[in-house]
Design a protein around this ligand. Structure first.
Ligand SMILES: Cc1cc2nc3c(=O)[nH]c(=O)nc-3n(C[C@H](O)[C@H](O)[C@H](O)COP(=O)(O)O)c2cc1C
Length: 163
């Protein structure tokens, strides 16, 4: 089975969850940034998992990425804004026939979310929903992840593999 986990991450929380999900799916699973996940890397994928942080109540836009870049002063670490947003990656996603699932990282109490928009993008490209979306919680605005979230992400990955 060819499985790929694609993510957007500015402070590393979503990237860490992406790696835990991939661990759960299995050792052959590739974990890719949005610019790595193109061409042959995502051709004929059986299981495509895509995730992003919730920013400003939704899936970040390129404009939100500019706002993120401007947080340099207040954030505990400089944000990584070197990759295209997952939103624009989804807009350019070539047709696929595998299964797919969406995940997000977020604070506990917030309206909105990112997984709805991710699921719509995956579905538009022809992927079939593999499971309910995964939502993983951070303790503060910039992280870290709540205790137990890595284990939960790994289990979710294993469930995705088993379909
Ligand atoms: C500028 C900013 C806006 C945010 N807006 C939301 C939000 O609307 N809802 C939410 O649940 N979390 C929000 N968060 C928390 C992030 O979703 C959370 O820290 C996420 O795990 C960051 O992922 P990353 O480290 O992969 O970039 C926000 C964080 C920042 C810095």
């Amino acid at each position: 089975m060819k499985a790929v986990v694609v993510y957007e991450s500015h402070w590393g929380n979503t990237a860490a969850i992406a790696r835990a999900i991939a661990d759960g799916i299995g050792p052959d699973t590739r974990v890719l940034t949005t610019d790595e996940a193109s061409g042959p890397e995502i051709a004929d994928v059986d299981l495509l998992v895509a995730g992003a942080p919730v920013l400003a109540f939704g899936l970040p836009s390129e404009r939100m990425q500019e706002a993120v870049a401007a947080t340099a002063g207040e954030a505990p670490a400089p944000p990584d804004v070197s990759h295209p947003s997952l939103r624009s990656w989804l807009a350019a996603l070539p047709p696929g026939r595998g299964r797919a699932a969406a995940f997000e990282t977020r604070v506990r109490w917030s309206p909105g979310g990112a997984t709805g928009a991710i699921e719509r993008g995956l579905e538009r490209a022809g992927y079939r929903a593999a499971a309910e979306s995964g939502k993983f919680i951070v303790k503060g605005r910039y992280g870290p992840l709540r205790d137990g979230e890595f284990e939960r992400a790994r289990r979710w990955g294993t469930e995705l593999r088993q379909g």
